[in-house]
Design a protein around this ligand. Structure first.
Ligand code: CO
Length: 626
């Protein structure tokens, strides 16, 4: 009898595929001990989208989550998904960042690193594998499975053999779109077992309905470990349920040794979370059963649906799903997995919504065509390439060889915020998101300003005013933050400062274009002063509307005035711009889309704030045409 190991993905891929990665650490905590007792081969709990989502949406520190899980999972190996040179992001990072990240992940509790490259371009795994080996942890390398004329059995076996040469301790078949059919699964596992002689793990998605049978066939072919999720997070675009796989393999020559009663106890907990938070169940729709045509992986379909909803274009989903395989063919049959799944599907969305194929291409698509993500499995269609990047040259070296080291720069930029290695890494990976998160975290840690006053220094009236101030604080603090400074509506700020002034806490000086505030010594020993520019009074501007051109947001997303927090903005009021010049970035569907000027002219108004969420067709700029 062969014992088959089971990896539980509930805390990473499970909720990433079905619940938009929105499970919080608090949701996980009560059940960790029970999960630890099951006897899983490993638990996939970190990496992939969890890192980004923790900071961006859950206001959690991803490193803190890992430490918390590690503290509560004492026996079972913890596993993470590493996107090779893209780490847990969507673009390639310099080698020094990869080394530091892997090091810290190992330090904070990861035992098994599963690394993949979206294009199976093994050059993109060189550094991560070296970095993992350096920590002494288990390096699992992926063969990304997809279907295309160039993805033959030979291609997969050769990729695996080269990964073994590079130090992989085991090989994972990563079938992110659930395309693996049972008999292909058998053949592939068998071929890999024979040729590669390393432990083989199968990671597949249920979506089209074949996963359970494919896992059973993989078991017959000698697979060593299978990925599953707890049933409330299984089926649909997620993994097959552990409960079904355990039962399916019981009594055969293969067994998992896992106790179904314990598994159902765990399922009860997650089902409760699911109901409480209104999370979706994994279902297979008809469009999902067509996965063999469009190949869009699980997580991506739900993203696509919600992005199209935001663009008020849900009815275009079938068109987009038809366009995806065409774009994929044009761009050399990349497997659809992060980040290529985003690259292909955003291009497909833009092709459909803009009414002209390749009229608009986000920066990431251009970079892909430039070779900055690696070699596409097949050549890119020449005509399409020309439409996207003109006659620009395509690189042939390993993409990360072109990147400057990033650590010292990130460390310097973070000097005033944090010197913790984990924080610097969070910043190096997601500068804008991390800064917002740090500002939020700081805010949580700081006592509200009035609280630094000893209570007895305030009389009755002052205490009342203090309460008013405190009540007004959360309202002000909801505003977007940048680099740790609060941006406030000018009237709110004025109101707040008047209160400070009246209570004798602060002295305020209002100048023509700035405020100067200094807190009096009564506020402990803390003296704070800050100058806040007063925005220009828009009402005073008189426009010649006949000459005005409105630049509207092409999509729902987040507005960024500059390429990075420290860089100068693309455009300023009063500045002359040329047709085709970049005005700003709209981040949508995790991609940065440059918005360009459609005419020569002068910027007379910027209608949104940096890092502000924006709607489809919202006014971004007013340009006075030449
Ligand atoms: Co997956």
């Amino acid at each position: 009898m062969k014992k088959i190991g089971i990896t539980d993905t509930s805390l990473r891929d499970g909720h990433q595929s079905l619940w938009a990665t929105r499970m919080t650490t608090d949701d996980m905590l009560p059940i960790l001990e029970k999960i630890d007792d099951v006897g899983y081969h490993s638990l996939e709990v970190w990496g992939g989208a969890t890192f980004d989502v923790c900071m961006r949406y859950l206001h959690e520190d991803p490193w803190e989550r890992l430490r918390t899980i590690r503290k509560n999972i004492k026996k079972t190996r913890l596993q993470m998904l590493l996107r090779g040179q893209s780490i847990v992001g969507y673009t390639h990072y310099p080698d020094d960042i990869v080394y530091r990240f892997v090091d810290q992940a190992a330090e904070n509790g990861i035992d098994i690193f599963r690394a993949f490259d979206a294009l199976n371009d093994i050059r993109n795994l060189e550094t991560s594998l070296k970095a993992i080996k350096k920590t002494g942890k288990h390096a699992q390398a992926c063969v990304v499975y997809t279907v295309s004329p160039v993805h033959t059995m030979e291609h997969f076996v050769n990729t695996a053999l080269r990964l073994k040469d590079m130090g992989a301790d085991s090989i994972c078949i990563k079938d992110m779109a659930g395309l693996l059919q049972p008999y292909v699964s058998y053949e592939l596992v068998k071929a890999l077992k024979e040729a590669v002689e390393l432990p083989i793990q199968l990671h597949t998605h249920y979506i089209g309905g074949l996963a359970v049978v494919s896992c059973v066939k993989a078991a017959e072919a000698g697979v060593d470990v299978i990925d599953t999720a707890s049933v409330p997070m299984a089926f649909g675009s997620s993994q097959p349920p552990v409960e079904t796989i355990v039962r399916a393999l019981q009594g055969a020559d293969y067994d998992t040794g896992l106790d179904l009663h314990a598994l159902f106890d765990i399922a009860d907990h997650f089902e409760q979370i699911r109901k409480q938070k209104g999370f979706e169940r994994g279902v297979t729709r008809i469009s999902d059963m067509k996965v063999f045509e469009h190949q869009v992986p699980g997580g991506m379909i739900s993203n696509l649906v919600s992005q199209l909803e935001e663009q008020k274009a849900s009815d275009r989903l079938p068109e987009v799903l038809n366009e995806i395989p065409r774009v994929r063919k044009d761009l050399g049959y990349p497997p659809l997995v992060t980040p290529t799944s985003q690259i292909i599907s955003v291009q497909a969305v833009l092709n459909v919504l803009s009414g002209e194929r390749y009229k608009l291409s986000p920066g990431e698509v251009k970079d892909y065509v430039r070779g900055l993500y690696g070699n596409p499995p097949a050549p890119i269609d020449a005509e399409v390439q020309n439409k996207i990047i003109g006659d620009e040259e395509v690189i042939t070296v390993r993409p990360a060889d072109l990147l400057e080291p990033g650590w010292e720069k990130a460390k310097k930029e973070m000097a005033e915020i944090s010197d913790k290695e984990e924080d610097i890494l969070s910043y190096a990976l997601f500068p804008q998101v991390a800064l917002k998160f740090f500002a939020y975290r700081q805010e949580q840690q700081d006592e509200n300003l009035p609280q630094i006053l000893p209570a007895d220094t305030l009389g009755g009236e002052a205490a009342k005013q203090k309460e008013i101030i405190r009540q007004s604080l959360p309202k002000v603090r909801k505003k977007p933050v940048s680099r740790g400074d609060e941006e406030m509506n000018i009237d709110e700020l004025r109101e707040l400062l008047l209160l400070f002034d009246q209570t004798g806490i602060a002295e305020m000086e209002i100048q023509k274009d700035s405020f100067k505030i200094s807190l009096r010594k009564t506020a402990g020993s803390k003296t704070i002063s800050s100058e806040t520019p007063v925005p220009e009074n828009k009402a005073e501007a008189a426009y010649d509307y006949a000459k005005m051109v409105e630049v509207l947001s092409p999509m729902v997303g987040t507005f960024y005035a500059a390429p990075s927090p420290d860089a100068p903005p693309y455009a300023r009021v009063g500045e002359r711009v040329k047709k085709g010049q970049t005005l700003c970035i709209v981040e949508a569907m995790k991609l940065m889309n440059e918005v360009k000027a459609e005419c020569d002219g002068t910027i007379v108004e910027i209608a949104v704030e940096n890092a502000e969420p924006i709607e489809y067709n919202q006014l971004l700029f007013l340009i006075e045409k030449d």
